[in-house]
Design a binder for this molecule. Sequence first.
Ligand code: WTA
Length: 649
Amino acid sequence: MSDKSYPPSADFAANAHVDADRYNEMYQASISDPEGFWAEHGKRVDWMTPFTKVKNVSFDPGNVAIKWFEDGTLNVAANCIDRHLETRGDQTAIIWEPDEPGDPAQHITYRQLHENVCKMANVFKNLGVGKGDRVVIYLPMIPEAAYAMLACARIGAIHSIVFAGFSPDALGARINGCDAKLVITADTAPRGGRKTKLKDNVNQALLHDVDDVKCLVVKRTGDQIAWRSEGDFWLHEELDKVDGDCPPEEMNAEDPLFVLYTSGSTGQPKGVVHTSGGYLVWASMTHEISFDYHEGDIFWCTADVGWVTGHSYIVYGPLANGATTLMFEGVPTYPDAGRFWAVCEKHKVNQFYTAPTAIRALMGQGTEFVEKYDLSDLKVLGTVGEPINPEAWNWYNDVVGKGNCPIVDTWWQTETGGHMMTPLPGAHATKPGAAMKPFFGVQPVVLEPTSGDEIHDYPTEGVLCIKDSWPGQMRTVWGDHERFEKTYFSDYKGYYFAGDGCRRDEDGDFWITGRVDDVINVSGHRMGTAEVESALVAHAKVAEAAVVGYPHDIKGQGIYCYVTLMTGEEPSDELRKELRTWVRTEIGPIAAPDLIQWAPGLPKTRSGKIMRRILRKIAENDFGSLGDTSTLADPSVVDDLIENRMNRG
Ligand code: WTA
């Protein structure tokens, strides 16, 4: 906690899109007259048929339905490309910075983007993809990833991006989950000087494919790859067969734009569905206002397009605004811990958006890596993905921003499409670690966790929910609307339940305190403990597993696993290693356990429910206050777990 706050300079506020007065005025308008407010701001995108209806929403359990601008039609790709051609056809749309600093960067103009996207869209069509079909994108951070997204949008296909760090199994589950017709991938993907064999992973994922899923391959490295007996195509060969003319498909505002799988507290990841009109309004408006983006600025979001942050703030938001957006193939520490700052200097970046985990990792390497570079073009710094600790915030502010760049700590989720709470850089005094204020149209409330009653007084702490809808809200879970209702609208009736806890301080500003469910946040990546558990128990030697998060200096949270072995199996360091590798191959490197404790028994209630509260406390090395353990079927297991705990820090 920190009481210090940092107001924007008078200069910054005077030139910002939104200053304090304007924020208050616009926020009030957005809450008192949402229909009027969004009728106006819905016009920031180009409609083929203008909407006449603005909002049609029900959060009632059993009847949850969310529609925005429902009788309007548009094309998202045309909004991100075509409408800019006349005024900024020769302006750079995408700057691509490759993994190797010595390799040339690319500057892709809006006109070139148009041609590349139209041609790729025609390739998709030739391969039988049409309106409403699903395309899985499993690509590294190369321009083709953006072309593929926009090509889908252009022809009305629905993309589902799978982060290139996911394993063949995880990829296969997502291809099947959305019943994709086509997967687009690359031969191999360089990242941080190492390579991932993406095409091989696709081959494995499709090994038992009975649906004849086609695979389109981008030649990124020219490395040797294996082809399936049929259904595989080189992108460059297919591009030779098509022309650059592809009229954008007219889509309804509520037609799905993409599905993105994300982890929840139970079961396997769910496909979050975002639609076209409301999502684009939200992504573009938050991009412009939260970062105070101005014409001509160079914007860099360091996320991967495999996560929602990349969707909204590398591709859709910036391009809808006619911005220049930077796409980086590499990692912050390759070839050394100065890479981010070298890229900022090289491309004269004005707004820089990253995750606390990256800041913490770089902070540990010393200030000399930052000080070597000229960062004088930076105007706004952003952070996202997990709570930022004041120490990291202060380093970001002092060392990177030299005290001149407002920091926007943006709280949002895959489900929300774009920013929900953030200080606006020209309007609010920032506080280290606070998400501060709701964006326009967002009504955050703090609920008492058990009663679900709204707490109006502050300072206070409780469960974070959102009253009423906003245009960027997810519409459903792909193929499972019931799960959508159950996950987000059943615990607290009449609200969207975010899964996070929060604090509202004495000034009424919001601080996100972290997940209140069984989702952990590892290096800013969401991970369902249930997913890791099911990967562990799939191993022949594992009888039972329980997974919790624990505080980790760099990652924010680490993955702590309690594992009960099958009778007769001996615990060993070898087996620990084997299980780590096992989980990596089952899910992906981001799910690799940090600590594995052998647990002869797990603390369970008499009805057999694992008491995770106790496991969390032990993993946090905070077992002094375990609370009541008398309801346990066998209280003695707790002593064993404490004695053999892995985290003594
Ligand atoms: C967490 C990422 C604190 C939160 C855009 C949320 C944050 C989850 C912040 C969503 C922030 C995101 N401060 N916590 N500024 N931003 N989170 O779906 O727990 O990958 O529920 O979306 O990340 O993660 P997701």
